[in-house]
Design a protein around this ligand. Structure first.
Ligand code: UD1
Length: 317
């Protein structure tokens, strides 16, 4: 594999740090741009300092992004404020990062003749229209500033690809889970919160009846998707769903966690979360045409999380 230099924005974050780790294993040179707002140095602590070049700074600042891109051939743009409720409370602040940051990345990519930008898009662009599974060709209709910024970013990326010659790929992530997902905010991913509670011997809290479902995709499968589209000749100018195509309800998650740990924790039900969509499910046919398929089931991924994060807990295989 190549020795190109790759910039990973948000490389100290949950998904970005996994991308960095894999790039280093594949002998790419890696530069990280991260403002450490939610990213953490400990996420990249296991990677040798010789293999990465860390720039602490903000994607919302164009000159910082231009500096970070010096000498790079490819960019994975993962930096974002991932909290949907935060975007609702502060559309301007989150928009500066989530949309403005992407625009900066695209403009700097044009100036630096970057070979390809791979962008962390989101299933949030589909909004709450109920037709399932979601296909990329379906109308996007985001219902939060977060989703609007992700959609604006991908449309702008496609404009840069079409008209300004910057190769661009958008990956629409569904519900990504795995090691290093931070459970500390009430708006963190449900799985990271559930595992954190189990570590403390507490039952999961479910907003609503627990029959709402999501397409949970393991972070290692998300990394694989990123690596495939980095150089694939048929990927540029396109958006791809990144989900397993399997619907799992929150009650299913609770049952699997109980089964894996031999417990019988009863979820605590609270009021449904306003704005929550009921079901989300990916049609991943398009990404499969590039040779991708998900490798880690929800059960395997949950077992890994429990084994790593819950000391002294017996986890069934
Ligand atoms: C997730 C992403 C979001 C992305 C969207 C795209 C996270 C944190 N959010 O949102 O960035 O735009 O997918 O599909 O990854 N829940 C509980 N108990 C909890 C936590 C959550 O019942 O302790 C429920 C929520 O109310 C929701 C479901 O679990 O019904 C999933 O919530 P969450 O993990 O926050 O993800 P999304 O809202 O789907």
């Amino acid at each position: 594999m190549g020795k190109s230099t790759v910039l990973v924005t948000g490389g100290c974050g949950f998904i970005g740090s996994h991308i960095v780790e894999t790039l280093v294993q594949k002998s790419y040179r890696v530069r990280i741009l991260d403002n450490l707002s939610t990213g953490k140095l400990e996420n990249i602590a296991s990677i040798s300092k010789q293999d990465i070049d860390l720039l602490i700074g903000d994607v919302a600042d164009l000159s910082t992004v231009e500096e970070a891109m010096q000498g790079c051939e490819y960019v994975f743009h993962e930096a974002a404020i991932a909290s949907v409720p935060k975007s609702v409370n502060d559309p301007i602040g989150t928009g500066k990062v989530n949309y403005g940051g992407t625009l900066n990345v695209l403009e700097a990519a044009r100036k630096h003749s970057i070979r390809r930008v791979v962008f962390a898009g989101s299933a949030a662009v589909y909004g709450s229209e109920p037709t399932l599974p979601k296909q990329e060709s379906m109308a996007a209709n985001p219902i939060t500033p977060y989703g609007v910024d992700k959609l604006g970013s991908e449309l702008m990326g496609h404009f840069y690809a079409r008209t300004l010659g910057v190769e661009f790929v958008c990956l629409r992530y569904f519900n990504v889970f795995g090691l290093r997902q931070d459970p500390s905010s009430p708006y963190s991913g449900a799985i990271s919160i559930f595992c954190d509670r189990i570590r403390q011997g507490l039952a999961p809290v479910i907003y609503g009846d627990g029959l709402q479902s999501r397409d949970f995709v393991h972070v290692s499968d998300v990394v694989k998707a990123n690596l495939i589209v980095l150089e694939h000749p048929q990927a540029t100018g396109k958006s791809f769903n990144v989900g397993c195509g399997v619907a799992t309800s929150l009650l299913d998650i609770t049952n699997i966690l109980n089964d894996l740990t031999g417990q019988n924790l009863q979820a605590i039900h609270q009021e449904p979360r306003p704005g929550d969509i009921r079901h989300s499910l990916a049609d991943n046919t398009t990404l499969r045409t590039l040779g991708w398929s998900p490798q880690i089931s929800i059960r395997q991924g949950l077992a890994e999380l429990l084994q790593t994060s819950v000391a002294n807990l017996k986890v069934k295989k």
